[in-house]
Design a protein around this ligand. Structure first.
Ligand code: BGC
Length: 406
């Protein structure tokens, strides 16, 4: 069988900070301004202004769904002030998608935080879930008649790992205690937001929403078959891939499982202690696999493994991100094809996968790596902001319209 289910979501994803431009009220902007990063997101792709054009292209490419995030710092620039124009902007974005036949999937938190929130202690503050709840309520009340699919938090473990453990992203902490605290608060934030979103739909007598997180999942592979490596791979798999999902499933707070999958992680423990157990990866050139332009292994089999490991939960799985940065567009086409093959295999294996969104619709600002990595189905010229549809996008468009692999 090479056919996907009839009702399948096909499309791509973006996040506000990476494409909109001029998000000057949040922690990332402040961090860039302080010169702590050699790049500046600046106007990014000017998607804030050009979104209708971009959605026209997505429609021409036969997408029927699109995931975007709302920028908290635009909507709530101060703790006690919401900006009605910005709320209207995101309502317009959702309407623009629907009028083109694209199902909106809305992310509430995608790595960036308002400055006031960070000054109040960010995700280490015990009140952070309730701050997030106020914001969630405001957004959902305004968009609920247009949106059914919600993602509360994008990649909570990736976020805390970079921001609170590695110290690579703002607020640049390097502490296990801070990391645990941030994880707890992000979980509580999701649980409260989940209930709140459902309550709003009930009160307004709208069909029940579907709410989840976007969980980054990796295939953890022991580099050399040593006990310490396979032991560390097991632990990382448990904590990184499953801790969040299991806790939220236990509270019945996931309507589907949102998955972001890119690559595998080659585990090689080089010393004693927690940091080695959790963080060491192989830095030798052991891998024979092709890689993206950031050096990540291309490992579609891992997607199959990940999807199959979710079968036990009996929930629909929605692939909310899968993609490659590369200057070799043929490699992008092959990447998509190979990963979709694994999605099909997982469906045949009994996993209820209901959609595939490529990351990303556009080339964009790749966080601490700047603009060099090109993830887009559509190429962006950062001087003129013109768009050019890549060949891989056309190949993917064929798959989207046929609903099958050729
Ligand atoms: C994130 C995106 C990011 C992409 C590629 C995901 O982890 O959600 O924001 O651009 O991976 O690194």
């Amino acid at each position: 069988m090479r056919e996907f289910p009839k009702e399948f979501f096909w499309g791509s994803a973006t996040s506000a900070y990476q494409v909109e431009g001029d998000n000057c009220n949040c922690d990332w902007w402040e961090w860039e301004k302080k010169g702590l990063l050699p790049y500046h997101s600046g106007q990014a792709c000017r998607h804030y202004q050009l979104y209708t054009q971009d959605f026209d292209l997505a429609k021409q490419l036969n997408h029927n769904a699109h995931r975007f995030s709302v920028e908290w710092s635009r909507i709530q620039p101060q703790q006690d002030a919401f900006n009605p124009q910005e709320i209207q902007h995101y309502r317009d974005v959702a309407i623009a998608l629907k009028s083109r036949g694209l199902e909106p999937v809305v992310t509430l938190h995608h790595f960036t935080n308002p400055l006031w929130f960070m000054k109040a202690g960010g995700w280490l503050n015990r009140s952070s879930p309730s701050y997030f709840l106020d914001f969630t309520r405001k957004v959902v009340e305004a968009l609920c008649d247009q949106v059914n699919l919600w993602v509360t938090i994008n990649e909570p473990m990736v976020y805390v790992y970079h921001a609170y453990l590695l110290g690579a992203w703002p607020p640049q902490q390097k502490s296990f205690i801070a990391t645990r605290k941030a994880i707890e608060n992000l979980m509580r934030a999701h649980l409260q937001a989940y209930d709140c979103i459902h309550r709003i739909y009930e009160e307004k007598k709208l069909p029940p929403p579907r709410v989840s997180i976007a969980k980054n999942m990796q295939a953890f592979v022991a580099c050399q078959p040593a006990f310490k490596n396979s032991f560390a791979a097991k632990i990382r798999n448990r904590i990184f891939n499953f801790e969040f999902i299991e806790k939220l499933m236990a509270k019945k707070a996931l309507d589907f499982i949102g998955v972001n999958y890119y690559t595998r992680s080659l585990v090689e423990v080089k010393g004693w202690g927690l940091r080695h157990l959790f963080l060491d990866v192989c830095t030798d050139n052991h891998s024979q696999l092709k890689r993206n332009s950031l050096g990540w292994d291309i490992y579609p089999a891992g997607l199959y493994e990940v999807l199959l490991s979710l079968k036990k939960y009996g929930k629909p799985v929605f692939l909310l991100e899968n993609g490659i940065c590369t200057d070799d567009d043929a490699l992008r086409g092959a990447y998509i094809h190979e990963h979709l093959k694994c999605v099909l295999q997982a469906i045949q294996g009994g996993v209820d996968v209901n959609g595939y969104l490529y990351w990303s619709l556009l080339d964009n600002f790749e966080w601490d790596k700047g603009f060099a990595p090109r993830f887009g189905l559509i190429e962006v010229d950062y001087q003129t902001f013109s768009r050019k549809v890549r060949e891989s996008a056309r190949q993917f468009a064929g798959i989207c319209s046929r609903g099958s692999l050729a």
